[in-house]
Design a protein around this ligand. Structure first.
Ligand code: BTN
Length: 235
């Protein structure tokens, strides 16, 4: 485990260490990040003391892959940990956002890293959780929220997330998907998404065995989404 007061991004630090020889499952945590990154080139607001910013470096053995499975396992791990520590019941917005009372309280960024020297590869699973952050940058002030509690030391929550995540990663079964489905905020909802520059709308009907989102489009066709972002439409 590597702990920092500050770092650019725990994901970047994990990747650097992997490329320079670290080959064991390792956890990187930082009090704050100067370049916390989210998906699609966005930044992840990472103020000191009020959040958890961690990355798990998980070296892969041959044949292990499935980006969606890493992200969805991380989402289940965060929900389990927050539930066990705070007795709150967050929900998952496919595929990487964790929401509580309609606000995003945590995000997940999974990235692959390859060491060209050894040929080995790993996945870096980055998780950011807003625990007690109250003031957010204007751009996200309407959508971001916090667990709203600082009574529990961050190391307790960090340990709970890491334990749940490592347990899920080490289990090659897919029974966690039922839990993922039960935690899903989107199944049964009307959603919008973009594909190849075109916007589609439809009903999210299920999450399949690869954690992909099955959508019955309003034009009657079916789409299976493996990546990208969706918007949940209000009724
Ligand atoms: C998202 O919401 O799009 C994903 C956010 C992921 C943020 C975490 S914080 C720890 C790790 N380091 C980063 O730079 N990003 C992830």
């Amino acid at each position: 485990m590597f702990c920092f007061d500050t770092v650019d991004s725990t994901n970047d630090e994990a990747k650097r260490r992997f490329r320079t020889g670290l080959k064991n499952t390792s956890l990187f945590v930082s009090d704050t990040q100067t370049n916390g990154r989210g998906r699609r080139g966005r930044s992840f607001y990472s103020p000191s003391a009020t959040g958890i910013y961690l990355s798990l470096l998980y070296p892969l053995t041959e044949g292990q892959s499935g980006f969606l499975s890493f992200t969805s396992k991380a989402a289940v791990a965060v929900c389990r940990a927050l539930n066990s520590v705070y007795s709150v019941s967050p929900k998952i917005k496919w595929v990487n956002d964790i929401l509580l009372d309609g606000k995003k309280i945590a995000g997940i960024l999974c990235e692959y890293v390859t060491d060209t020297e050894s040929g080995g590869s790993a996945v870096v699973i980055g998780i950011g959780i807003n625990l007690s952050t109250e003031i957010f940058p204007e751009a996200i002030s309407d959508t971001a929220g916090s667990v709203g509690n600082r009574s529990v030391p961050r190391e307790i929550i960090t340990a709970a997330v890491a334990k749940e995540l490592i347990m899920l990663l080490n289990d090659s079964g897919s029974s966690y998907l039922d839990e993922y489905r039960a935690l899903s905020l989107v199944i049964g909802r009307h959603i919008a998404y973009e594909r190849n520059g075109q916007v589609f709308t439809g009903k999210a009907v299920s999450i399949d065995s690869d954690a992909a989102l099955v959508v019955l489009r309003d034009d009657g066709r079916t789409d299976v989404l493996n990546t990208g972002e969706i918007t949940v439409r209000t009724a």
